[in-house]
Design a binder for this molecule. Structure first.
Ligand code: XIL
Length: 435
């Protein structure tokens, strides 16, 4: 989202770069990546859900339909209907599929936990084999094992029927069975709270390093990336992705969602996208749902489309981080706006900034623009707009006040004073959102 603007120069941030990709999928493809969403079969009859999915995404992860309880609730009897509907939908539109997930302690039918060790081993291998063969040639990647490590500082494996009865070796066995079942599928280990460098990710790292050293088949590591204020994007996110990639595996962002709203959420999303783009083996990003309406954390509005399928500032931020452009909309329609910035005065302790907002090809009735200054800089005054502030105090969203109505191509300006507090540098602007 943020383009860093030169000190006193004039820089136009155009929302409609000629030829720029205008969807998440096409923009990501331009960067050699996929952009996916978790999909639930029960929403495939809802027109705007399908339209958004088909327009914006080129990879699909069934949100629940490929979990053990969905596919094999009774031992030896497989139910593929709902998962097949998602896979068929995706494939008929040229989207790839991430299989999720073969061996996981959660959403596991009770019968599995009741088995003795040798029976459990054969049930696990049978499950992996049956499911992967059913989707052979249709799933690009599989989360073979999900969430096998404990949270916290122990670095230990999480207790589960598999861990408790088969020991550490169950993970290796699952990967070997998976490779045999569909040699063309990429085999991933997937987990959460492993997004930064910490005891849990160190333990996963050690396992992946060991697998690579011993020739255990593993191709990728998935980072779920469920973020919120208690668990924000870690500062070493990119570095953590990179150290895994350096082991010789691809990395993927598999379940991205970031609770919040407005420019703070948009900025966090852009950080994640930029981290992936900075790691050449980061092959794609999947967000954990299409719309806030159906998010597993719906009250936290963590996704890119709101409950009415309108594009959120986070959408615009992701698209622009991917090098695309939606024409400056960000509100879902064609009522776009663009912004340009200049520094109008500067002195030792501060400077004045001016942002010009220009309506696109249609008239608009309101606008908003995120403005981020580098801490410890602080905005000390504003004019010709209504500011709101994110926690931290350095991200201001400026909304139109008396000057929201602009005819097509019309312009207005707002301004602000920034106290430098010892640090120079111009603010960065997010994309303009029109209403
Ligand atoms: C979640 C689904 O989104 C929910 O609908 C379901 O009730 C519980 O599981 N880690 C994972 C995902 O790997 O499978 C989980 O999905 C979210 C956390």
């Amino acid at each position: 989202m943020a383009a860093l603007l030169a000190g006193a120069g004039v820089t136009a941030l155009s929302g409609t770069a000629e030829g720029a990709a205008s969807t998440l999928a096409s923009a990501a493809a331009g960067k050699g990546r996929y952009f996916g969403a978790a999909v639930a079969a029960q929403h495939l009859g809802e027109a705007p859900y399908v339209a958004t999915l088909d327009t914006e995404f080129n990879s699909v992860t069934p949100e629940n339909e490929m979990k053990w309880d969905a596919l094999e609730s009774t031992r030896g009897s497989f139910t593929f209907g709902a998962a097949d509907r998602i896979v068929d939908h995706a494939r008929s539109r040229g989207m790839q599929v991430r299989g999720h997930t073969l061996v996981w302690h959660s959403q596991l039918p009770g019968w599995v936990g009741g088995l003795g060790a040798s029976d459990l081993r054969s049930a696990m291998n049978h499950h992996i084999t049956q499911v992967m063969q059913h989707y052979k040639g249709k799933a690009a990647a599989w989360d073979v094992v999900n969430e096998a490590f404990q949270d916290g500082g122990s670095g230990a494996r999480r207790s589960s029927p598999f861990q408790d009865k088969l020991g550490n070796g169950f993970i290796e066995e699952a990967f070997r069975t998976a490779r045999a079942a569909d040699p063309a599928a990429k085999l991933c280990y997937n987990d959460y709270n492993t997004d930064g460098v910490n005891a849990k990710s160190n333990a996963v790292y050690a396992m992946v390093r060991d697998f690579k050293a011993r020739g255990v088949p593993i191709d990728c590591v998935g980072f779920q990336s469920h973020f919120n204020s208690a668990s924000p994007v870690p500062a070493d996110y990119r570095a953590n992705l990179q150290r895994f990639a350096d082991l010789g595996v691809d990395v993927q962002i598999t379940e991205l969602d970031i609770e919040g709203s407005g420019s703070a959420q948009a900025t966090a999303y852009a950080t994640v996208v930029n981290a992936c783009l900075a790691v050449s083996r980061c092959t794609g990003i999947t967000v954990w749902g299409v719309t806030d309406k159906y998010s597993w954390r719906s009250s936290g509005t963590p996704l890119l489309f709101d409950a009415n399928y309108a594009k959120k500032p986070a959408y615009t931020a992701v698209l622009s981080a991917l090098g695309g452009s939606d024409g400056g909309g960000g509100g879902g329609g064609s009522a776009g706006c663009t912004v340009s910035y200049r520094t109008t005065a500067e002195w030792n302790e501060g400077y004045n900034g001016q942002v010009t907002v220009t309506a696109g090809s249609t008239a608009i009735t309101g606008w908003s623009v995120p403005v981020t200054v580098t801490p410890p800089q602080r905005v000390s005054a504003t004019w010709n707009g209504t500011p709101s502030w994110d926690t931290g105090g350095n991200v201001m969203t400026m909304r139109s006040s008396h000057n929201g109505s602009l005819p097509a191509g019309g312009s207005t300006s707002f301004g602000f004073t920034v106290m430098k507090n010892g640090t120079g540098g111009a603010p960065s602007l997010g994309a303009c959102t029109a209403s």
